[in-house]
Design a protein around this ligand. Structure first.
Ligand SMILES: [Zn+2]
Ligand SMILES: [Zn+2]
Length: 349
């Protein structure tokens, strides 16, 4: 292990419990008019509720994108928040050699931090930011709400007569005054209707609403910012500290206001977030203990003491505990202001 520098950060893990009420942040999918919530099975066989790591990663991506004031720090695909990232960015895919393509892709903050898979030239970068499922601790709640909406009856055997071509047919609604030269005429269940009089029906939708205390785990490999995986050299001209701060700020933003599925009508009632930020200040992988375990914070302290044993305070592992959203925001702010990303030394070229 190289010497611990108390301002430089190798890896950060965030483990904690987030209380999210009445949300529908991620779902299994919609079958007909029923939206299924996520169900997970734990090692002890209990079934529980969860929010997928994909959704959490997506929240981080969106927060990072929003927080960057200068969108020209993104590639052409990321500027438009396209999920393919480098694979949809011409400046990368038009390169012949993988080495050049990687170099170009790393110029984009989002591609560097969140990774990508490029088909041609073949190129892959693992995400520096990783999320596990957010898992509901025992005692979560789930309700299915019925939601009625008036919708146009589905047009089955679609037969349409365009405006001006109604011929001898007319709208089935008595005294219809729609102008046959301005409206199409459609056949529904054997009867003709003009566009103004399409029959509607009440449709029922089933929407889940969930509440729970969710265990969250995430890892940020700060040492890999700007590191070209092909050459094992940091790309010059990249402001690694700026990118590091942006990634931390995105974490801060996403837990202060989670964004996900169905927020238009199920914006979560965020109640609390408490946990531990685990910081590794030397090239030592950060230990992660799940908040599913009752005494995880106490255990984390014991793990820190075991790892730091010989060096004590100067040891690589530091814990920043937070009991509320306010404290989480403060601890993240502290990291943004006082720390920089660790650089691994690869020697002379
Ligand atoms: Zn990009
Ligand atoms: Zn009509």
């Amino acid at each position: 292990m190289s010497k611990t520098d108390h301002n430089s950060v190798y890896e950060i893990a965030i483990v904690g419990k987030a209380v999210w009420n009445l949300h529908s942040l991620s779902n299994e999918g919609t079958v007909g008019n029923v939206t299924e919530p996520r169900t997970l099975t734990l090692a002890n066989k209990t079934k529980t509720d969860g929010v997928s790591g994909e959704m959490l990663k997506h929240m981080h991506v969106e927060a990072l994108w929003s927080l960057e004031g200068n969108k020209s720090n993104f590639c052409s695909a990321c500027r438009e928040l396209r999920p393919e990232r480098a694979n949809a960015s011409k400046e990368v895919t038009t390169k012949k050699a993988s080495k050049d393509a990687m170099k170009t892709a790393l110029q984009c903050e989002l591609c560097d931090i969140h990774g990508f898979l490029v088909e041609r030239p073949q190129l892959a970068r693992d995400s520096l930011i990783q999320f596990g499922w957010a898992v509901a601790l025992p005692g979560f709640g789930r309700d299915i709400h019925t939601h009625a909406r008036h919708a146009v009856v589905p047009i089955e055997e679609q037969e349409r007569k365009e405006k001006g071509n109604w011929g001898t047919d007319k709208c089935s609604i008595p005294r219809c005054e729609s102008n046959p030269n301005e409206r199409d005429l459609l056949k529904i269940k054997g009867k003709w209707y003009c566009e103004d009089h399409l029959p509607t029906a009440q449709m029922l939708y089933y929407r889940p609403t969930r509440s729970g205390n969710y265990g969250v785990v995430s890892l940020f490999q700060a040492w890999r910012i700007g590191l070209n995986d092909l050459t094992m050299r940091y790309e010059p001209q990249i402001n690694r500290t700026e990118r590091y701060k942006l990634a931390l700020k995105a974490y801060q933003a996403m837990f202060l206001r989670p964004d996900g599925a169905m927020t238009a009508t199920r914006l979560p009632h965020v109640e609390n977030f408490q946990g531990t930020i685990i910081v590794s200040k030397a090239n030592h992988p950060v230990p992660i203990l799940s908040p599913l375990r009752d005494n995880y914070q106490e255990e984390m302290r014991a793990i820190r003491d075991a790892i730091n044993k010989t060096e004590g305070e100067a040891g690589p592992i530091e814990l920043l505990e937070f009991a509320s959203m306010k404290e989480f925001a403060e601890k993240m702010q502290h990291l943004m202001e006082k720390t920089t990303p660790f650089s691994v030394s690869f020697g002379e070229t």
